[in-house]
Write a protein of this length. Sequence first.
Length: 328
Amino acid sequence: MALVGMVLCAGLGTRLRPLTGLRPKPAVPLVQVPLLRYALGLLAGAGIRRAVVNVHHLPEAMEAVAGAAAEELGLALRISREPVLAGTGGALRQARPLLRGAEAVVVLNGDVLFDVDLSAALSAHRATGALATMALLPMPPGSGYGSVEIDAGGRVRRIAGRFGPGGEQLTAWHFPGLHVVSPELLERVPAEPFQVDVNRDVYPPLLARGLVRGLVTHGTWRDLGTPASYLAASLEVAAGRIGLGRFGLPPPRRIAASARIDPSALVGEEAIVGERCLVPAGARVERAVLWPDTRLREGEVVIDAVAAGDLRVAAGGAAGASSPGRTT
């Protein structure tokens, strides 16, 4: 039996609007490469040869990006179409025919960047015989994420402070959106309601029996949910502060080969210029991302912002939320 990866790509990307009005969030460029390519590269690097991607928002665009990335990596790809959003658990239920024959399914969010040792997670899952294994990280400082609490034996006992039996001497961790699940878990996703969440609806009844485990791991995780956090992660990748080895990607290239930059324009060291972009005379770009095919005006200033076609989206300040940038 083989391993199968499922990348969840059906979300609406509401916090990243209006950028996600142009592209689904997993298709946004992260230093010249669609974000989904990182997730599929992580799967391929762990020896997984089959992948399923679910789609809903701008489905044709999402399918095209997924197909190109899978072809590059030599992955056999199947698309699970969700005309109505089904939630994380519902997504597994909808894709069940495409996941048949899997020894285990690696489920990960397609809209985050997570550099993790996936082979270690697979080994831990096999060793415990759990129905599901949740990768866990230390809680990001100052974050408001709901925690996953485990006991000394690694069994998940409570999720988000209220789902599960709880217990004494539990430790709280951050769940970055990567699970390894056994085929039997897929059969436990209820048919009703239509929209089902894995963490709230599927896992809690299993926690008292120790069938969901938590694996405390290490790895770089970035939420690209807002313009500010998207810009921050892009600059980290461009500066080489996030390794790309597990994703099977070469060193990042800040300025695309096909970009045209006038000699009088200023493009700072913390700027990313995409394919076929035009930075004309007198323009200035600093701490910014220019999406492919973006053409600036003469003398335009783009600082702490994302420029995508005709859109200019402020993205300065803290990574957790957008704050005023400069575009003139």
